[in-house]
Design a protein around this ligand. Structure first.
Ligand code: ME8
Length: 517
């Protein structure tokens, strides 16, 4: 069985998650579910980044012990993921004792190899981004070029990892592996950065006298490990590097690291070089998606313009008649459909409601509800396949879906896959209107009526499989309402005609229209 290993970033626990974090994990979850239904052995890793100055400061500000502070924040992330129907396989924490051991072993190995050394350091530090900058990189004297906050000038002795030693290897590797960084625009960004800058060695320690919340450096007790160096290692500790070699060998290298474009440099430059130094394989791809914004400004904790995903899903649950799982699916659908994966998008409640009303209430919900309603009304919910021919009206969109869906999903182009799927939904809705089954009933054209009922139910079943990665609970509800005994979302089952009959158990509409006037 083919393996597929994918990761989300591990999120800082200095504040609660917002819809940006939700977005990345919904992308990961959609990919994980898609790969599972293709029959692959999937491992989806998510988790939390719990060390560093920013977290220490946040805990101090609340006047709580750092350990208590992080535990309470981690709980919030762990509550959010099931609420959004996220099916991760393991939740890694950087305060986890096994992760700590791995980080220390990595540093010892690189130190012995001569890739880590001690030196004096002069730089500007942005606590918000936990990143060092050189004077030349700063904006307006001392401003962080990434987030626009003031940096702090720092002069101290520290330990460094020899990024520069691997620069020419990495440039060549990148040239030969254009799919390493996706989408193309991010690949070009990294390539042009490397063309225009030489890599300086990475400072990987912090003196304890300045900051104490972190993993002690195994080679010098006066220091802790730089939070990014610690955090990136989660991708190997999370699958057992150094303590569960069998699992590690099974899943490494990662097939895809999903991240936001804000943390591209750390993943696309530091991480492959760290792996090369460790003699480990390089991930197959690093995919940096765009940002959700509000009025053109990135949604972020520091800007204070966050949208709380718990509140949003609760609100949608009320508006959609009380089913939280379907409300979460509606939210997932909006995030995946509204923007192309590499692009930025503006979030608004109005846009969310419009999407739900037009696509989920009108198109999908209406198709399912009225189809099942007709099956119940015209033949007591019993639908049989007298003939399994695909109605000619469906052929073009079904063929398009069959041809392109896999490709779009493999590439993370969820929006395009959904475009095709909703085209088919539109076609079946139109087919119902054009066929006018109420006349078939009146004229007692039983054969035609039964063929019609089979065609629309089979169409809905096929749709439920393609929909599953993005809207898993909706897909499940559809199959239950169709009365499918052996519920399955395997892509192999998506073939037209795989079902012989249905025994409809219609429920209330999946997505009622929301009136927020
Ligand atoms: O950077 N739109 O953690 P973090 C879309 N701990 N996605 C967004 C977003 C937005 N407005 N805001 C945040 C860290 N994200 C490090 C990562 S990994 C080894 C260490 C998402 O809590 C996006 O995935 O700041 C982004 O890269 C991530 O959250 C940053 O999360």
């Amino acid at each position: 069985m083919k393996k597929f290993y994918l990761t989300s970033p591990i999120y800082y626990v200095n504040a609660s998650p917002h819809i940006g974090h939700a977005y990345t994990n919904i992308i990961c979850d959609s990919m994980a579910r898609f790969r599972r239904i293709k029959g692959e052995d999937v491992f989806f890793l998510t988790g939390t980044d719990e060390h560093g100055e920013k977290i220490q400061k946040a805990a101090n500000k609340e006047g709580v012990a750092v350990k208590n502070f992080i535990d309470s924040k981690v709980d919030i992330f762990k509550q959010l993921w099931p609420k959004l129907n996220i099916s991760y396989d393991f939740f890694v924490r950087t305060s986890w004792e096994k992760h700590i051991k791995v980080v220390r072993a990595v540093i010892e190995k690189l130190y012995k190899k001569g890739d880590i050394y001690k030196s004096k350091y002069n730089a500007f530090y942005c606590i918000g981004c936990e990143t060092f900058w050189t004077k030349l990189q700063l904006k307006d004297g001392d401003i962080c070029p990434e987030c626009g906050r003031k940096t702090e000038k720092i002069q101290e002795e520290n330990y460094f990892f020899k990024l520069s030693k691997y620069e020419s290897w990495f440039k060549k590797y990148l040239k030969n592996n254009p799919k390493l960084i996706q989408p193309k625009i991010r690949y070009n960004e990294v390539k042009s950065f490397l063309d225009n800058h030489s890599l300086t060695d990475l400072c990987i320690s912090r003196p304890k006298k300045r900051i104490s919340w972190g993993i002690e450096l195994p080679i010098d007790q006066e220091y802790i490990v730089y939070v990014w160096f610690d955090a990136l290692i989660n991708y190997i500790s999370g699958i057992g590097y150094g303590f569960d070699q069998e699992k590690f060998n099974r899943f490494w290298p990662a097939d895809i690291h999903f991240i936001g474009k804000d943390i591209l440099r750390h993943h696309a430059i530091f991480w492959p070089i760290m792996l090369k130094a460790l003699d480990l394989e390089i991930p197959k791809s690093i995919f940096a998606h765009g940002w959700w914004k509000i009025k053109e400004e990135k949604i972020s904790k520091s800007k204070g313009n966050i949208v709380n995903p718990f509140e949003l899903v609760n609100q949608l649950t009320d508006l959609l008649g009380g089913n939280q799982e379907l409300a979460a699916d509606a939210f997932r659908y909006f995030l995946m459909r509204e923007i192309l994966i590499g692009a930025d998008g503006n979030f608004s409640f109005k846009a969310l409601i419009n999407r739900i009303n037009s696509d989920l209430a009108n198109d999908l919900g209406n198709l399912v509800y009225r189809s099942l309603n007709m099956a119940q009304k015209y033949n007591a919910g019993k639908v049989k396949s007298i003939k399994k021919d695909i109605p000619s009206e469906f052929k073009e969109s079904l063929a398009k879906l069959e041809k392109d869906y896999d490709n779009f999903m493999v590439e993370g182009e969820f929006c395009k896959a959904l475009d095709n799927l909703f085209e088919l939904i539109g076609v079946i809705n139109k087919y119902i209107e054009d066929t006018k089954p109420w006349n078939l009933k009146k004229e007692q054209k039983e054969k035609e009526l039964f063929s019609f009922l089979y065609a629309i139910c089979e169409g809905i079943r096929v749709i439920s499989i393609y929909l599953y990665p993005i809207m898993p609970k909706t897909a499940l509800s559809i199959q239950k309402q169709l009365g499918i005994k052996d519920i399955s979302f395997s892509t192999q089952e998506a073939k037209w005609g795989n079902s012989d009959n249905f025994l409809i158990k219609k429920e209330k509409p999946l997505f009622p229209r929301i009136d927020v006037s």
